[in-house]
Write a protein that binds this ligand. Structure first.
Ligand code: SF4
Length: 686
C-alpha cells in the first residue's frame, strides 16, 4: 500500500483554505490538516473536511457523450472534437458565446477566454461572477480603481470594530468568521446587519435585523449620524478622497435621519446610532460584505455606499480596516482576473482599448474578436429566451445555470432555443442534460493549477490522482479543441505552468508571479515584477483612480424591483446553507454533507406561519410571479416577520424558480435577495 499527502487548496468557497489530500494507492481517500496552510493554519469547515468525498463518486463523467435521437451515447474524444469543430466553424462569431467557471483554475479560465476571443472570435464571454459579485467588480473599480477586496483575511483579526452587512460569514466563509472571532477576543465590537438571525448575527455585540434591500438607507443613516457628530475622519477625507460635498448633499437630507431610516429598515434608531458610533470611533473598522449587498438591482449602489462609509471614517489603506468583499466560489476572483468577463482581457484590460486589443493580438499571434463589449450571462439568457435565432451556440465549462440562474423556467426556455450546446463538467449536471455534447473534465484533485482567493492570494493546486476513465484536465481539453479548430500554435501548452507563464506575460497584476514564487504561501496581486512581494493591503498611499483619490458617491436609496403586495405579501431572500455549495453538484454527492441537509426548506417567522395555519416541517407551496415550488416549512424566530428565506442548492425545490431576473443597470446582476412571494398551505397536507 502506498500512502501520500498532497497539499492543495479547497474547491468550495473563496476563503482559499489549504488542506492535504490523503492518497492511498493512487486514489484520493480523505483530507487531513495542512497545518502550515497560510489562510487557515490547518483548520477547515465541514465542506473542506469532506472535500474528498465527491472526487471518486460513481456519478463522475468518464467519457465524452454525444446526444443522438435525444439520448446520450458514449463517444471517443476524436469524434467529439470533430463534431464540435465542425459545428463551431459553421456559426458566425456573434452567434456563439462561452461561459467560463469560478470552479476551475486560473489557467483554464485564461484559456477559455482566449478560445472565445482568438478561436471563435466572439466577444460573448462571461461566467457566474455576474451572478454574485459583478457589483463589486464594477462598484469598487469605479471608486477605488480596483474591483477587489482591499485587505487580507489575516488582518481582519486586527480590527477594533467589524461591521458585517449582507454576509453570513460564519456559515459561508467559516475560516474568515474565525478571524472575526479573533478580533472580538482582542476587544473588537462586532456589528451584524442581516434580516436573518444567522449564526454570524448570534455572535454579534450588536445585531441589526433590517429589511433586505434597505442597505443604502441604513448606511446613509449611519453616515449622517457620524457627520452630524463630527466623527468623520476629516484628514483622510481631505487628503485621500473627493466629492465629500456631493456625498453630504445626499446623506444629510432628512430622509436619512435616524428616525426615518429606522422606519425604512425596520430597526431601532438607537441601534443605528450605536453602530455609527462604534464604527467611527474605532481605531480601525473593517467592513465585510457578501451577496446580501451585491445581489440587488442596486448592487453597485450598495457596494459604492460601503466604500463611502469606509472612506469617510478613514478605514482604507491600513490593516484591520478596508472594504472586504467576500467572494463566493473558490476561484471567482481568479476567473474575473483572467478576463472571463465580456468587457476585459486578463488583468481588467479593457477590450475597447485599441492598444490593449493590439497587445493581445500580438501576444496570441492571430486576429481576435473585435474590441467591443460582449453579452453578460444574464443578457445571454434573455437573448436566448426572447430573441430566438440571435445566439445559436454555447460552450459551457463548469457552470450550471439550470440551478444557479434566476427565473429557471426562463433559463430553460432560453437554453432549449440553442441549436448547439457543449458542456464540459465533472458530473452530468442539470445543464449538461440539455447539451448536445458533454465533455468529461477533471476536478481540483486531478490537475495542477492556481486559484485566487477572495483576498487576491494566488495559490497552487497540486495533482493528487488521475482523472477517472477518459476524463482530462480542462486546460488540456481546450488546447485539443483549439488544435482541432486550426489553432494548434496558440494552444501548444504541455502543462498548466506553461499557461501560467503566458498569463504572467500578458497580465500586469500577475506579472511577477511564477509557480516557484507561489510556493506554499502564494502571492497577493498586484505583484507586477519578479522582485515584488505582493500586496496584501491595497490603497495604502493612493487609490488606483487616475488622480489617486477615492471617489465619494452620492447615492439615494431605492427599493427593490419587486416589493410585497396583497397578492405576494412576503419578501423572499435566498442564499446558501453551511453544508452545501451552490448548485450542489459536488456537495450533494458527498455522503456526509448530504446526510446533514438532504433537501431544501423555506424559513418563516412564527407569526407569518401562524397567520397561514402552517406548522414547522409542513410541506407548503411557495409561489412567485414566475413559478411555484413545493417545499418544507421551517418555522423559526430567527427570521424577520414578513421575510422568508430559502437555500438555492436543491433541484427538487429550486428557489430560483421563484427569483426575479430584474438586473442592476450597471453590473447586470440579478436581484436574488429580494422578490415577492406568497406561501400557501397545501390542503392535502392538513
Ligand atoms: Fe473550504 Fe471555505 Fe470551508 Fe475554507 S472556509 S474549508 S475554503 S469551504
Amino acid at each position: 500500500m502506498e500512502m501520500k499527502y498532497v497539499p492543495t487548496t479547497c474547491p468550495y468557497c473563496g476563503t482559499g483554505c489549504g488542506f492535504n489530500l490523503v492518497v492511498k494507492d493512487g486514489k484520493v481517500v480523505d483530507t487531513a490538516p495542512w497545518h502550515r496552510a497560510p489562510v487557515n493554519q490547518g483548520k477547515t469547515c465541514a465542506k473542506g473536511n469532506y472535500a474528498a468525498e465527491f472526487v471518486n463518486s460513481p456519478d463522475r463523467l468518464t467519457t465524452p457523450l454525444i446526444k443522438k435521437d435525444g439520448k446520450f451515447v458514449e463517444a471517443s474524444w476524436d469524434e467529439a472534437y470533430a463534431l464540435i469543430a465542425s459545428k463551431f466553424k459553421a456559426y458566425k462569431p456573434e452567434e456563439m458565446a462561452c461561459l467560463a467557471s469560478a470552479r476551475v483554475s486560473n489557467e483554464e479560465n485564461y484559456l477559455m477566454q482566449k478560445f472565445a476571443r482568438a478561436v471563435l472570435k466572439t466577444p460573448h464571454m462571461d461566467h457566474c461572477a455576474r451572478l454574485c459579485h459583478a457589483s463589486t467588480v464594477a462598484g469598487l473599480a469605479a471608486v477605488f480603481g480596483s474591483g477587489a477586496m482591499t485587505n487580507s483575511i489575516e488582518d481582519i483579526a486586527e480590527a477594533k470594530c467589524v461591521f458585517v452587512i449582507g454576509s453570513n460569514t460564519f456559515e459561508q466563509h467559516p475560516l474568515i468568521g474565525r478571524r472575526i472571532m479573533m478580533a472580538r477576543l482582542n476587544g473588537a465590537k462586532v456589528i451584524v446587519a442581516d434580516p436573518r438571525f444567522t449564526p454570524t448575527a448570534k455572535q454579534a455585540d450588536l445585531y441589526l435585523p433590517f429589511f433586505s434591500g434597505t442597505d443604502v438607507a441604513l448606511m446613509n443613516g449611519i453616515m449622517q449620524y457620524i457627520i452630524k457628530n463630527g466623527w468623520e475622519d476629516k484628514e483622510f477625507i481631505a487628503k485621500r478622497t473627493k466629492d465629500f460635498d456631493k456625498l453630504k448633499e445626499v446623506v444629510m437630507q432628512d430622509t436619512y435621519s435616524l428616525e426615518n431610516v429606522a422606519k425604512v429598515t425596520g430597526l431601532h434608531a438607537e441601534d443605528i446610532a450605536t453602530a455609527a458610533e462604534w464604527i467611527a470611533k474605532a481605531d480601525s473598522s473593517a467592513l465585510l460584505y457578501s451577496m446580501g449587498i451585491t445581489q440587488h438591482t442596486v448592487g453597485v449602489d450598495n457596494v459604492k455606499t460601503t466604500a463611502n462609509l469606509q472612506m469617510i471614517t478613514g478605514n482604507l489603506g491600513k490593516r484591520g480596516a478596508g472594504v472586504c468583499a467576500l467572494r463566493g466560489q473558490n476561484n471567482v476572483q481568479g476567473a474575473c482576473d483572467m478576463g472571463c468577463l465580456p468587457n476585459v482581457y486578463s488583468g481588467y484590460q479593457a477590450v475597447i482599448n485599441a492598444d490593449l486589443h493590439k497587445k493581445m493580438e500580438d501576444a496570441w499571434g492571430c486576429d481576435i474578436a473585435e474590441g467591443k463589449v460582449g453579452y453578460t450571462v444574464t443578457k445571454m439568457i434573455n437573448v436566448l429566451a426572447d430573441e430566438p435565432g440571435t445566439l445559436k451556440c454555447l460552450y459551457v465549462m463548469g457552470e450550471n445555470p439550470m440551478i444557479s440562474d434566476p427565473d429557471l423556467h426562463h433559463v430553460e426556455k432560453g437554453l432549449k432555443n440553442l441549436e448547439f450546446m457543449v458542456v464540459q463538467d465533472i458530473f452530468l449536471t442539470e445543464t449538461a442534460e440539455l447539451a448536445d455534447v458533454v465533455l468529461p473534465g477533471s476536478c481540483y484533485a486531478e490537475r495542477d493549477g492556481t486559484q485566487t482567493n477572495t483576498e487576491r492570494r494566488v495559490q497552487l493546486w497540486r495533482k493528487a490522482q488521475d482523472a477517472p476513465g477518459q476524463a482530462k484536465p480542462d486546460w488540456q481539453i481546450i488546447c485539443e479543441l483549439g488544435a482541432a479548430m486550426g489553432y494548434e500554435k496558440q494552444f501548444a501548452f504541455k502543462s498548466a505552468e506553461e499557461i501560467f507563464n503566458e498569463v504572467a506575460k500578458v497580465t500586469p497584476s500577475y506579472g511577477g508571479m511564477t509557480y516557484a514564487r507561489l510556493g506554499a504561501e502564494g502571492l497577493h496581486w498586484p505583484c507586477p515584477t519578479a522582485e515584488h512581494p505582493g500586496t496584501p493591503v491595497l490603497h495604502k498611499e493612493k487609490f488606483g483612480t487616475p488622480d489617486g483619490l477615492g471617489i465619494l458617491s452620492p447615492i439615494e436609496w431605492k427599493p427593490p424591483a419587486e416589493v410585497p403586495d396583497a397578492e405576494y405579501p412576503l419578501l423572499l431572500t435566498t442564499g446558501r446553507c453551511m453544508w452545501h455549495w451552490h448548485t450542489g453538484t459536488m456537495t450533494r454527492r458527498s455522503e456526509s454533507l448530504e446526510r446533514e441537509e438532504p433537501t431544501g426548506w423555506v424559513e418563516m417567522n412564527p407569526e407569518d406561519a401562524k397567520a397561514l395555519g402552517i406548522k414547522d416541517k409542513e410541506m407548503v407551496r411557495a409561489i412567485s410571479r414566475r413559478g411555484e415550488i413545493t417545499i418544507g416549512a421551517r418555522v423559526t424566530k430567527d427570521i424577520k416577520k414578513g421575510v422568508v428565506f430559502m437555500p438555492f442548492h436543491f433541484k427538487e425545490c429550486a428557489a430560483n424558480v421563484l427569483t426575479n431576473n430584474a438586473l442592476d443597470p450597471i453590473a447586470s446582476i440579478p436581484e436574488y435577495k429580494a422578490c415577492s412571494v406568497r406561501i400557501e398551505k397545501i390542503p392535502e397536507a392538513q
